[in-house]
Design a protein around this ligand. Structure first.
Ligand code: SF4
Ligand code: SF4
Length: 183
């Protein structure tokens, strides 16, 4: 069984937001709401500053509080660990929205919890997610983290990286690459 994750190279991202627009178009995301977004983080102290520009979305966590707190089973793990929502089982109670430390979920105006799906409808056809496919700097890679020979596994092994809020205990599956191991 695969464990899908994403590696996002923050040294390549230019913050153009093509991924954000592609996601909205592909997934018909309602106006004023987003399944992915750009975060700019400045690290260090002047004059020794570094900046991360990164495309963020649901981390498809292995220990997802949004799944464990859902009272109806709507929020669930799909094949490959992709965290999805059964729209017909969702009551819109917002428990999952409150439980996510990454603010990755919102309630769709149609009444169900909504968020990034890793474009599972595309991935299951052998395509990349919309965000990955349009990125002009090729900074995003989706793949199987449990396959040591996958491109994503090699990237995570060869580059310095971190996940977002690992202290939350959610075991996120998005890795932000921050430079070569020898940087
Ligand atoms: S990032 Fe949030 S919505 Fe996504 S799986 Fe983790 S806890 Fe759930
Ligand atoms: S909003 Fe829907 S998916 Fe989220 S916890 Fe409530 S029933 Fe489950």
């Amino acid at each position: 069984m695969a464990r899908y994750g994403m590696a996002i190279d923050t040294t390549k991202c230019v913050g153009c937001m093509d991924c954000v627009v592609a996601c909205k178009t592909e997934n018909n995301v309602p106006e004023g709401l987003n399944r992915d977004w750009i975060q700019t983080i400045v690290n260090g102290e002047f004059p020794n500053l570094t900046m991360e520009i990164r495309s963020e979305r649901c981390n498809h966590c292995t220990n997802a509080p949004c799944v464990s707190c859902c009272p109806t089973g709507a929020s669930h793990y799909h094949d490959g660990g992709i965290v999805l929502v059964h729209h017909d089982l969702c009551t819109g109670c917002k428990a999952c929205v409150a439980s996510c430390p990454y603010d990755a979920r919102f309630i769709n105006p149609e009444g169900y919890a909504d968020k990034c799906t890793f474009c599972v409808h595309r991935v299951e056809e052998g395509k990349d997610p919309a965000c990955v496919s349009v990125c002009p700097t090729y900074c995003m890679t989706l793949g199987d983290l449990d396959d040591p020979n996958s491109e994503i596994s090699k990237l995570v092994k060869s580059k310095n990286n971190h996940t977002n809020l690992p202290e939350a205990g959610t075991i996120p599956n998005i890795y932000y690459l921050i430079g070569d191991n020898n940087d």
